[in-house]
Design a protein around this ligand. Structure first.
Ligand SMILES: Cc1cc2nc3c(=O)[nH]c(=O)nc-3n(C[C@H](O)[C@H](O)[C@H](O)COP(=O)(O)O)c2cc1C
Length: 178
């Protein structure tokens, strides 16, 4: 098992964001750092339910698997200055672990983990609105924010322009060989 998990969500399983993550994974491999990648679209879980009638869907096993990792990279495209629906649903469902007494102990285990963002869009810079929603969520959950990487895909996905940024981003993980 790697130390780093990527939570990937996009309406395209093999689109720009997945290409970006794959390129990051290849670069990290050169410094002996590996990533476990989870495609959230492969999991079936519903919106947050105040009555927790959805407690037997895929969310709990997924969330508890993620708790084993000290580092989480949230990887999505920017869709309307925000995350895609499945990532939003995932973030909403973290509220299960803050709301229901039997889950609180596990919810607290997010505290101290380090979170990064990897995103793609068609702008030169990542949307601050998008980034801030993540950063405020991490702060609320007691997670450390490690930084972000963004790819401008206005010309589609092109690997070469991302190379330098990916090398710099990879340096952040040097101490997490696994
Ligand atoms: C529904 C939708 C909304 C989008 N909203 C934005 C946006 O707000 N800002 C932006 O720069 N790009 C936006 N884009 C462009 C995508 O972020 C960009 O093409 C991204 O690289 C797509 O990644 P994917 O192939 O993983 O879906 C949007 C694309 C879609 C399909």
């Amino acid at each position: 098992m790697a130390n780093i998990i990527v939570l990937f969500s996009s309406s395209r399983p093999n689109g720009n964001t997945r290409n970006f993550i794959n390129q990051i994974a290849v670069q990290l491999k050169t410094i002996d750092v590996s990533l476990d990648i989870i495609d959230l679209e492969q999991y079936h879980f519903s919106d947050f339910d105040y009555e927790h009638k959805n407690k037997n869907d895929d969310f709990s096993p997924l969330f508890e698997k993620i708790l084993a990792y000290p580092i989480i990279i949230f990887a999505t495209p920017v869709y309307w200055y925000a995350v895609p629906p499945q990532m939003k649903r995932f973030l909403d469902r973290i509220s299960d672990y803050l709301s229901f007494p039997q889950l609180l102990d596990k919810g607290r285990q997010l505290k101290g983990k380090t979170a990064y963002i990897a995103c793609t869009s068609i702008q030169k810079q990542a949307s601050e609105t998008y980034l801030n929603a993540f950063k405020e969520t991490f702060a609320y959950l007691g997670m450390q924010y490690g930084g972000y990487i963004h790819a401008d895909c206005s010309e589609g996905y092109q690997a070469e322009p991302q190379e330098n940024a990916i090398i710099m981003f990879s340096h952040l993980f040097k101490t997490h060989k696994a």
